[in-house]
Structure formats: C-alpha cells, structure tokens
Design a protein. Sequence first.
Length: 530
Amino acid sequence: MNSAARQVSPLVRAATLIAVATVASRLLGLGREMVAAALFGASDAKAAYVIGYYLPFFVQRLLIGGTLAIVLIPTLSGAIARGDDAHLERVSSQLFSAVLLVGVIMVVAGQFAAPLLVPLAAPGFAGDAGQLSLTVMLTRVNFLAMFFLALAIFSTAYLNAHRRFLMPAVAPLAFNLTIIGGALLLGPRIGIVGLAVAWVAGTAAQFLIQAPALRAVGFRWRLAFDWGSPEMRTVRRLAVPTMVGLAVVEINAYVGRFLASLLPTAPGVHAIAALDYAYEVVQAPIGILAISLATVLFPSMSRQAASGDVAALRRTLSGGLRGLLFLTVPISAGLAAFARPAVQLVFERGEFGSAATAMVARCLTAYAAGLVPMAAYYVVTRAFYARHDMRTPVVIGALMVALNAALAAVLMRVAGAPGIALAAAIVSWANVALLLFLLRPVLGGLDGREGAATAGRVCLAAAVAIGAGYAFASAAVPDLRLRGWDDLQALAAAGVGSVLLYLAACRLLRVEELGLLRQLLRRRGRAGLS
C-alpha cells in the first residue's frame, strides 16, 4: 500500500464507521418506537407523551439543539485555530457555562410553563382533565432532559471542532439503547411516565459516553461568564437568525399535532399518536439518505459559491437532486403500496392492535406521497446556505406554515388524521418547487432537461417494479395482512423482487444515477480491504 493510500485509508474507515453508526442510530430509533408501540399502542397515553415530548424538544431545538449546535462549532474551531491553549480554555469555559445556564433555565422554566404550554400546543386536550394532567406531567419530566441534552450537544460540538467524530456518532446509539432498556424496565411498572424517565436517562447517557473523549482532547472547564467577549458576541449575532429559521421549521412540523388534538378519538387509536408513528417511519429513509447526501454535498457547494463558480454549483445541486430521485422515488412508492404490512410488521404487537395498524398505514401512505420533496428540501436549502442566503428559506417556510395550517384544517375534515398527513405532503411539494423556482435565475438554470429525464425514468422503473411486487404480494397474501410465517416470506420475496426489478429497469432505461450505487459499493469494498 503506497503512502497516499495509507493517509486516505483511515479517513475512509472513519467515514464508513460514522455512516454505519448513523444508520444504526436510525434503526435503533425505529426500534425505540417499536417498543413504545408494543407497550402503549396508539392510545391516549401515547398521544399525551407525543405532546409532552415535542414541547421540550421544540424549545430545545430553538435554544440548544439547532441554534447552538450550528454556532458552537465555528466559534470553537476559530479558537482552536489560534493555537493558544489559554485562549481556547477561556472561550470553551465561557461557552460551556452559557450552555449550562441555558440548560438549567430550560428545566426550571419548563416546570412552571408546562401547564400553560400544553393547552396551547394541544387545545383538544383542554376538555379532558385526565389527559391534560398526564400531558403536563410528561412535559415536566421531559424538560428535565434538557439539562443533559445541553451538555451532550456541547460535547458533540467540542469534539467535532477537534475533528473527533467517532464518539459523537456513537452517542445517539447510547441514547436509543438506554431509552429502549429503560422503557422495557419501567413501562410495565409505572406506565407511560416510564418512557419519559427513560428518555431523560437516554440524554444523560448521550453526554456521559462523550465525557472521556472530552477529557482526552484536553477540555477543562471553569465557571466563566463574559457576555461581552468577541466570541460571545459572535454567538449572539449568529444565534438570532438561526433561531428564527428553526422556529419556522419546527412550527410547521407542529401544525399537524396541534390540529390532530381536535379530532375525535377512536377506541385505542389517537390521531396524534397515529401521525407520530407514521412520521417516524417516513423520516427514517430521509435521515439516512437525504441528510447524509446533503452533508456530503454542502462543502463542495460552499466552495463553489465562494469562488463564484455558478455553473459548478448548479451541476452539484442538479446531480444531488437526480441522485436523490433515484434513491427516494422507489422508497416513496414502496411505502405507499405496502404501508399496511409494513406498519403491521414493525408495530403490531402488544398494545398496538389492528385498528391502530389501519390508521397508521393510512397516515403513512399520505406522508409517503411527500417523501421525495421532504428529502429534496435538505439538498435544495444547502444551495441557499452555500450562498449565505438564510433569509429566503425562512420566508418561504413561513408561507408554508400558513399554507399547511389552512390545507390541513380543510383536509382533516374530509379524511381525519390522514388528511393532515396529506396536507404536509402537498405543502412539501409546494415548498421545494418554490425554492427551486427562486434558485433558477440565480444559478442560470437548473439542468431541468436532465432532471426531467431522470425523474421520468426512475418513476417508470419504480412503477414497473413496485406494481409487479404489489401484484405478486396481493395474490399471495390476501388483503396484504400478515397472518403467519408464510405470509411474511411472500412479502419479503415481493420486496426483494421489487428492488431487483427496479435496478434492472433502471439499467435498461439507462438511468445514469445507477452508477452512484455501484460507486458506493466499490468504495465500501476498498475501505474494507484497506
């Protein structure tokens, strides 16, 4: 092995390991939802937990998880680049003290604010004293996790700034494993509150597993507050616009839950819980494929934008979107076609019955219609960010919040919870379409002919593959309902056959993006041999 290969090989191994950890974390996250489904189904208690989780999560995303995670890394990287250990210790102590203070304030404020926030977030709960009281309790418990989550996010930023990526990638695995173990241990004993306690323990584990790595890279902390320092002024300057942008995204995601609280509850099936399960399923491929692809493309986009190479930026964006179409179109079609058996296989056990399966499957089918633009959003917005245009996605996002609320309010009257999911899918298409429309004159076009050709080919290939798989599955498994091992084998065969048929159809149709898969497999193979 030559010297260049020896230098690159550790980077390839590290990148592969991080990718594996990311996929494993997503799968464990789905496993976490499987445990929750078995223990609590899609019940009123699970709906209370959804609200009790997302209220603290919403606040955390604005103040810590989204904002500080974005502004901490460049601030710490700048301090590290100076090569002055005393300066780095001073800056990191100031930042850690600020994060610590924010975490404590969030916990304390959450205890007092929970009774005020819950009726605003879920107005439908106001008429049920028991549901309201349970949701307030769960919200208070989950707010306790904000302290540990603040520490975990600082640890991740500090380690990433030092180019240490392994433990931050492993930390979410500890988070999900702790929640799964805690829920299995506490759920049968203290009910849904056990799931909230397990979540608090998971955030603590996410920090503690990174603590040794922090010390290994030299982190030392002392209480220090200097709000007027150049670094803290930079954090405040970057934090405000970031918070505004994140607020739009989070509010838009919360519209559906707000409206779902107003829907009547069927026996054992609450609309909020059903939407949440379906959303978790559709987010799994987005998290694995779209966010990973956007992360890989963003550095190139940033360099191209900085150098003024508009043509290169356009090609990168266009190529990324075409690759995403190749990967996500068949997943979207497959989830829509096989929603019921997929939900039954993943969730239907314990307290999660057939009625919950039917409702979640309908919601999943509706969400799946918007999977492609939901995924594309992450790549398209990177083109704006590369040009330092944070404002346009925020303004468009604010418009989408209003459109989503209006459309969901109409469709839920017609179709209930699936109508809310369908509104989200339609708005996702409108959002990405409008962003691309605004990008077109800036980039001198979007390589629309190539994009349309890829879209047409992959849609045709997916229609043939998923259609054939669906026909086979329907003939082998009546109503696509799993009743035993033979049915599962038949559906597995239909799934594998659909994948192989899709790849064969793409080859026959000369879908160039098929080469992405071959390149990925070759790179993984070389990484394993290095």
